[in-house]
Design a protein around this ligand. Structure first.
Ligand SMILES: *[C@@H]1O[C@H](CO)[C@@H](O)[C@H](O)[C@H]1NC(C)=O
Ligand SMILES: *[C@@H]1O[C@H](CO)[C@@H](O)[C@H](O)[C@H]1NC(C)=O
Ligand SMILES: *[C@@H]1O[C@H](CO)[C@@H](O)[C@H](O)[C@H]1NC(C)=O
Ligand SMILES: *[C@@H]1O[C@H](CO)[C@@H](O)[C@H](O)[C@H]1NC(C)=O
Ligand SMILES: *[C@@H]1O[C@H](CO)[C@@H](O)[C@H](O)[C@H]1NC(C)=O
Length: 946
């Protein structure tokens, strides 16, 4: 049977993949473990009885550097959907808790019948290290560790950075930047006749939180409400026409358009600076004028190149920094097709209504499909192979930037990127500087919005928390509005914290550990916030090429040689390109007559190897749900992937087609693997959908539509039902998923939202009512006005330069008009230094980036010395980022990028998380049959996915 074939080949791969455990004896406790030791000093050991039942003994030993950090392990290979244990030192104690992650972010505390009981003899904290030895009771079960007789692969993770609240067992965990991976335990080697003696040493706290019993029980470490501090917020004297919560792509675009109208605008971002030009002085060793976020070629390797600012309290990966998701995505800029709006968006938001908004965006932020300014496409081998493959199958080439945005059936293209002048682009470059030229615009960084302050239907302002924990309220002027743009996973939190959402979610906040001042229960506004979240679902496939194909090693990107660094300084070379090499699009029709779209994003991760990330996109029917945890994070309460038979049918039918394409004559590809499914004559499309990963393209958590309809939270002005002046403008309000990565459509819709908000006239009531009522048209005319007054928006000279660039397939340096650039750059410098002085937050009372103005001008100067850097400010050729073509690297406990140089795609040793959810899905399938043996095999399949 196919399954057992797959299993055994997967096991084979597994043996190549994981490090093996070795025996060692802990001197202090005398317990013999079978364990894994990493070069960092992190050690994880397991001890079992001769006949394993429900319990095992575990041990962490980890160095203490940088004031702490944490050690963790997963009872399977995946970070997500698997029981985790985390422990860390606090004073002379060790704190621990069970965790479970729904996405690649800080895992929430997990309740269950399992407990951790400390073995004091093996638990200590000294100057350089800590050890935690524990009896894990009820930890071998369906919900925890599934032991196999022959092989078990466990994941480990280690951070050497202090966590936020180490005294609390439910503290948010930071990313495991000191190491992570998998190791295999041979069960027989972990068994001992002395086990019972050792287990009897477990006399410490059995609370599940190590030797400190703070706020935890074995069932849950959720702190009680009584522990909440009483928070006193001060109120700022500054008031604004509009306050925008969140400086991601939607927030920046809306804030800029509102500021253009002459209104006073406060844009609040919880994270810090991103690009070096915005004040991030964590620059690169090989170029001191850029941060990791500036470099397109690092997008698959952000966490290898630095410490990206991922949010720690969202249901899946998100960017908590200026620019939001546009800073941590892989820059795909897929223009929405008409149907992305026409199929499910409400009237007023159909393509006919949206095309002007799209034009406004593309004028400032056009995207591009070449990357390198010297006109060369570097490492283009995968495109050659793939275009030949798809061409022979009847696919036609399209241009994803300047071609027909509706060409989405059987087409392939160079990947569209939001890059410009060799750098990552997006609203932080293409809109924010324009906002900063407005005298009443203020950007506030490192300030987290907690809630909208609400009295009945009227919103008076926002409550914020500074990085030092102080609470400050900012109010809107009479007639002003608050606009939520915190992203599809955080805007729901802001709504729920404002007493708007499902009452059980608001109650979770009321009972939770975060101090949130909620309205009286009678004033809660019952709306289905989070009730209908959707996401793309992604399947990762690998193929061998029939002709030889070169792939550069990852080190060329992570440690570029001087030639590569010099090229990049001129906006060119491998580093100026994102990681993808070809995109394709097509659609399938299901038996019920529904058309669903497929996007493929391809690259060449290793010599003679092609990787395809196949996405099921527009038209998919699965819906998940998002809720709050007691400690204030959002979590997926229902997974949004492959919930319907129709979605499974659609993706299976495409996979069947793809397999057939690879076996047809003249095919340049042979199927190699999809997760743990490896090549074989009996592999079918159904096998290829066994394992999927998140698209991290969430939409719909505060959907736009008609009040009372399923999942609907905002009206067609993007205003929250039941409120006078609260709006949602990010992906939360999108009623449906687009055909491609979400960042482009998020930006298009934000342009429209700004227009609708201005037209709705809920800005500053008196002074601007005239201009506001005219604003619907004003938005476009203002856009034009701005573009003639600044080189940032396309002035006529730069716009002709832009079109000459995009007109040639492989732009040359000359088409990039050096003279036009110099002049625009000169103007640019002047223009940028001015707004920096006018509107930099440092001059305001608030705790913004004090370094910004200085940083900007110094960056500016150093940039002048470097063509590429100066060019970055000429936005005539910018692109935009794909929200979330999630880089394979972008995950928490996830393993290395699948674009690693390993020639054996199934054997990269550390891929926690890649096989996301398979375990639970497959298990459900088998558990129904109540077949424990099969279930265990399934968990192995999961373990070996890679
Ligand atoms: C603990 O819970 C798991 C899953 O619900 C179950 O399989 C197991 O039997 C339970 N163990 C005990 C000792 O109750
Ligand atoms: C602290 O503990 C570590 C790990 O057991 C050990 O290697 C080290 O020698 C200890 N240091 C001291 C000062 O005891
Ligand atoms: C746990 O640690 C915290 C922080 O040091 C301390 O306040 C608390 O009293 C400790 N609890 C116990 C039971 O030791
Ligand atoms: C876990 O919860 C169960 C049921 O509520 C309770 O009986 C048990 O005592 C709890 N265990 C611990 C360690 O608190
Ligand atoms: C918080 O305020 C309430 C009401 O004033 C008071 O009863 C309570 O003791 C305060 N709690 C703390 C921890 O200060």
């Amino acid at each position: 049977m196919a399954r057992s074939f797959l299993l055994s080949s997967a096991l084979l791969a597994l043996q190549v993949a994981a490090q093996s455990a070795t025996p060692y004896t802990d001197e202090k406790s005398g317990i013999s473990f079978n364990g894994y030791k990493h070069s960092s000093g992190f050690t994880l050991g397991i001890a079992l009885p001769e006949t394993p039942d429900t319990d095992f003994i575990g041990q962490f030993v980890a160095p203490i550097t940088n004031d702490g950090g944490w050690a963790g392990f997963s009872m399977g290979t995946s970070m997500t959907g698997t029981l985790l244990v985390a422990a860390w030192p606090h004073g002379d104690q060790v704190i621990s808790s069970f965790r479970k992650a729904t996405g690649y972010t800080s895992p929430a505390v997990q309740a269950g019948n399992f407990t951790l009981t400390e073995i004091p003899d093996g638990t200590y904290v000294n100057d350089t290290a800590f050890a935690y030895t524990f009896l894990c009771s009820n930890c071998i079960s369906d919900d925890a560790l599934l032991l196999s007789d022959s092989a078990n692969v466990l994941g480990w993770a280690y951070s050497d950075t202090a966590i936020s609240t180490p005294a609390s067992a439910s503290s948010t965990l930071n990313m495991h930047d000191a190491g992570y991976g998998l190791f295999g335990v041979t069960i027989d080697n972990a068994k001992s006749a002395d086990y019972d003696t050792w287990a009897a040493l477990a006399t410490g706290s059995s609370s599940g939180s190590g030797s400190n019993s703070t706020g935890s029980t074995g069932n849950s470490t959720t702190p009680t409400t009584g522990s909440k501090a009483n928070i006193t917020a001060t109120t700022s004297d500054d008031t604004y026409d509009y306050i925008v919560a969140g400086a991601g792509p939607a927030g920046i675009i809306v804030a800029e358009r509102l500021a253009e109208s002459g209104a006073s605008v406060l844009l609040v971002e919880r994270g810090g600076a991103s690009f070096a030009s915005t004040g991030n002085n964590d620059t690169l060793s090989w170029n001191s004028t850029i941060s990791i976020y500036d470099v397109p070629g690092l997008d698959y390797y952000l966490s290898k190149a630095g410490s990206p600012a991922y949010c720690t309290d969202t249901a899946d990966m998100a960017g908590c920094l200026l620019g939001g998701g546009t800073m941590i995505n892989a820059m795909m800029f897929v223009k929405p097709q008409s149907r992305d709006f026409d199929d499910s968006w409400p009237s007023g938001w159909k393509w006919a209504d949206m095309s002007d908004s799209a034009d406004r965006l593309y004028e400032r932020n056009p995207g591009q499909n070449y990357g390198s300014m010297d006109g060369n496409r570097y490492n283009n081998e995968a495109y050659e192979v793939l275009s030949d493959f798809f061409g022979k199958q009847g696919f036609t080439e399209t241009d994803a930037i300047k071609g027909d945005h509706n060409a989405r059936q059987d087409v392939y293209a160079y990947p569209p990127w939001d890059t410009a002048n060799g750098l990552r682009n997006g609203p932080v470059r293409s809109y924010l500087p324009l906002a900063q030229q407005q005298k009443d615009f203020k950007l506030m960084l490192n300030t987290k919005v907690i809630r909208a302050v609400r009295d009945g239907s009227a919103i008076s302002g926002i409550e914020t928390e500074t990085s030092s924990g102080a609470r400050v309220i900012y109010n809107v002027k009479a007639g002003g509005s608050v606009i939520l743009a915190a992203g599809a996973m955080s805007t729901p939190r802001l709504l729920i914290n404002s007493g708007i959402g499902p009452s059980e979610q608001i109650q979770t906040v009321a009972d939770g550990s975060v101090s949130v001042t909620l309205p009286d229960k009678a004033d809660w506004i019952e709306l289905p916030v989070g009730a209908e979240i959707k996401d793309h679902v992604i399947f990762t496939l690998k193929f061998n090429t029939t002709t030889s194909m070169y792939s550069p090693p990852t080190t060329e990107l992570l440690s570029p040689n001087q030639t590569c660094a010099d090229q990049f300084a001129k906006g060119s070379g491998l580093l100026s390109q994102s990681g993808q090499r070809l995109n394709f699009w097509t659609s399938v029709n299901t038996t019920s007559g529904k058309e669903m779209f497929i996007q493929g994003t391809c690259n060449g991760p290793a010599n003679d190897t092609i990787q395809m990330k196949v996405y099921l996109t527009h038209g998919l029917t699965s819906v998940g749900a998002l809720g709050m945890t007691a400690d204030g994070a959002t979590e997926l309460t229902t997974e949004p992937w492959l919930q319907t038979d129709e979605d499974k049918e659609a993706i299976t039918s495409f996979m069947d087609r793809l397999l057939k394409m690879t076996t047809s004559s003249g095919s340049t590809l042979t199927f190699l693997s999809a997760g743990s499914t490896t090549a074989g004559s009996n592999v079918t499309g159904a096998d290829l959908i066994n394992e999927h990963v998140t698209g991290s393209h969430y939409v719909g958590s505060a959907k736009m539509g008609t009040k009372g309809d399923s999942g609907v939270v905002v009206d067609t002005d993007t205003k929250v039902y039941g409120t006078d002046n609260l709006f949602v403008v990010d992906a939360s309000m999108h009623p449906d998923l687009p055909t491609g990565n979400t960042q482009a459509i998020v930006m298009v819709a934000a342009e429209k939202a700004a227009e609708r908000i201005l037209a709705a006239g809920s800005g500053s009531s008196n002074s601007t009512s005239d201009s506001i009522s005219a604003s619907s048209s004003a938005v476009s005319s203002v856009g034009t006005a701005v573009s003639t007054s600044t080189p940032m928006a396309t002035s006529s000279s730069s716009s002709s330069s832009a079109s000459s660039v995009v007109a040639s397939e492989t732009p040359t340096v000359t088409s990039y008009s050096a003279s036009a650039q110099t002049s625009s750059q000169a103007t640019q410098s002047t223009q940028q230094s001015q707004p920096a002085q006018q509107s930099q937050p440092a001059q305001q009372s608030q705790p913004v980036q004090p370094s910004q103005p200085a940083q900007q001008s110094s960056t500016q100067q150093s940039q002048s010395a470097q063509p590429s850097q100066s060019a970055q400010n000429s936005n005539s050729n910018d692109g935009s980022n794909p929200w979330w073509q999630v880089s394979p690297d972008n995950s928490w406990w996830n393993g290395p990028s699948s674009t690693s140089t390993s020639a054996i795609p199934t054997a990269t040793p550390a891929q926690w998380g890649q096989s996301r959810h398979v375990r639970s899905h497959l298990r459900k399938r088998y558990v129904v049959k109540d077949d424990a043996a099969v279930d265990r095999k399934v968990s192995l399949l999961d373990d070996t996915h890679a």
